[in-house]
Write a protein that binds this ligand. Structure first.
Ligand SMILES: Cc1ncc(Cn2c(C)c(CCOP(=O)(O)OP(=O)(O)O)sc2=O)c(N)n1
Length: 479
């Protein structure tokens, strides 16, 4: 229900399965509704294949109802490819191209199809198209690998920065092996939509701050920074400064042509990071020392309501180690990373463009795509409204997912950003009086409100056989 929620679900499903996902939209209005969630899918590099309804060809020009005027232009800034077949015979090839474009670019594609095309008979050649396969392989040359290995070997104090692609392409464990093999201090690239490294690992140095000057300060002292599977960088609040500290060389390895071309500094090798990791592991001697995971600090406590750290410590202590968390709580990131202890690939999903409306739907999509692992959505009371109709889907298909709603009564991140910009107390950021237990019951999802930390832990220890929502009153905090 609502194309934004559907695209959010498809994004979660694509990230959980790594497969192209077909999403069918209603002409222009449906495509417009999808665009917000689509911005996240662009930056999570999810291969979504969007098809959209279209009026019959003879009625598009006169703009009959349902006409999607200039359909291929509507989504163009966001999608890797956008098309509308010039005749019914070209629909099979166009659909095949939409799938291959999404897979090759790892970016959504869009196909508008006039609705009378579907009645046409396939011609004999269509079978040839439907049998096609298209594969990609971006392996660096031997010379490029040798050059990179020698550069890392010669570095006096190298550091590793890992991006969401490391987790999205199944390289999580190999990246940990590389960091331990070479004893590399390791950061997660800023504004992460996935977790590519265990956040309690002794080599973990944190998520890089999303500002130019603070990143430069964090990397000071490292003569080489190797960035794997990340854009350089996904800045957020504008904090001007030098892009890199004096004497630091940055090398980015990514298969994302656009990310390599638009970076403002450093060197880039457009390639799959996997062969680079394997070459470094194979050709460089181990500098490993014993690594014991770092313990968790005691959570801060709230006065009138729970502190978000108490909620996250309760999740850490009660949920299975392989739980997948889909998070859209925008002012609690620091509390989250202070308390969580995530050690498995595919443990963390966050809206890749910061577009709200991802969390609740994507939790449903991730749960549908990976029924073998428990899924918990951790959603702010502001964010939950942007994709709320996904509750119906969870109830209708009895998707086993736990939604934890952090009800702090404010748009916390906006209040923080307002202060950052010198405009404290921004109007319109209070959202009191929302009751997600009534809303959830209305969509068919059983729901409760917890009255304290002990009650929360007791509820989290139970295992639902379908969807459930737990509403927790929390104190506002800052990111
Ligand atoms: C589609 C959309 N609309 C508006 C915003 C702006 N926005 C908004 C409205 C936020 C408030 C989220 O409130 P919350 O209750 O979900 O979480 P916190 O209170 O922890 O910030 S954070 C943020 O960037 C957005 N990111 N995406």
């Amino acid at each position: 229900m609502h194309e934004g929620a559907v695209v959010g679900m498809a994004d979660g499903y694509a990230q959980a399965t790594g497969r192209p996902v077909l999403v069918n939209l209603h002409a222009a209005a449906g495509s417009g509704n999808a665009m917000g969630a689509l911005t996240n899918a662009v930056y999570s590099r999810s291969p979504l294949v969007l098809t959209a309804g279209q009026q019959v060809r003879s009625a598009i020009g006169l703009e009959a109802m349902l006409a999607n005027v200039e359909a291929t232009q509507l989504m163009r800034p966001l999608v890797a490819w956008s098309g509308e077949p010039s005749c019914a015979e070209d629909v099979p090839r166009s659909l095949a191209q939409a799938v291959f474009e999404a897979e090759l670019h790892r970016r959504p594609s869009y196909l508008s199809v006039p609705y009378d095309d579907w009645a046409a008979e396939l011609d004999a050649n269509a079978a040839a198209t439907l049998e096609r396969t298209v594969r990609r392989g971006l392996t660096p040359s031997e010379a490029q690998l040798d050059d990179l290995v020698k550069t890392v070997e010669a570095a006096k104090n190298p550091a590793l920065v890992l991006g969401g692609d490391v987790d999205a392409t199944g390289l999580f464990d190999r990246a940990v092996a590389l960091a331990e093999h070479l004893d590399l201090p390791t950061w997660v690239a800023p504004s992460p939509h996935r977790l590519p490294f265990p956040n309690r690992h002794p080599l973990f140095r944190g998520v890089l701050p999303a500002g130019i000057a603070p990143i430069s300060a964090a990397l000071t002292g490292h003569d080489l920074v190797l960035v794997l599977g990340a854009p350089v960088f996904r800045y957020h609040q504008h904090v001007p400064g030098a892009y890199l500290p004096e004497g630091t060389r940055l090398i980015q390895v990514t298969d994302d042509f656009g990310a390599a071309a638009r970076a403002p500094m450093g060197e880039a090798l457009v390639a799959d990071p996997a062969p680079v990791i394997e070459a470094l592991l194979k050709q460089l001697p181990a500098r490993a020392t014993q690594h014991d995971y770092v313990g968790n600090p005691a959570p801060k406590t709230g006065e009138k309501a729970l502190h978000p750290e108490q909620v996250f410590a309760a999740l850490r202590d009660t949920q299975a180690a392989d739980t997948r968390y889909v998070v859209e709580s925008t002012s609690t990131n620091s509390a989250w990373w202070r308390q969580m202890d995530l050690r498995r690939e595919g443990s963390y999903f966050f809206p890749a463009a910061g577009g709200l409306g991802f969390g609740l739907p994507a939790a449903v999509g991730v749960a549908m795509g990976s029924p073998d692992r428990p899924v918990v959505g951790v959603i702010g009371d502001g964010s939950a409204n942007y994709g709320i109709t996904a509750l119906w889907t969870a109830a209708h298909y009895r998707v086993p997912v736990t939604f934890v709603i952090l009800r702090n009564g404010v748009y916390g991140a906006l209040r923080w950003f307002g202060e950052l910009l010198g405009t404290p107390d921004v109007p319109g950021t209070e959202i009191p009086g929302l009751d997600f237990t009534s809303i959830a019951e209305g969509y068919g999802v059983p729901a409760t409100t917890v009255t304290g930390e002990a009650d929360l832990r007791d509820q989290l220890k139970t295992t639902p056989d379908g969807p459930r929502l737990i509403q927790v009153d929390t104190e506002p905090t800052t990111p």
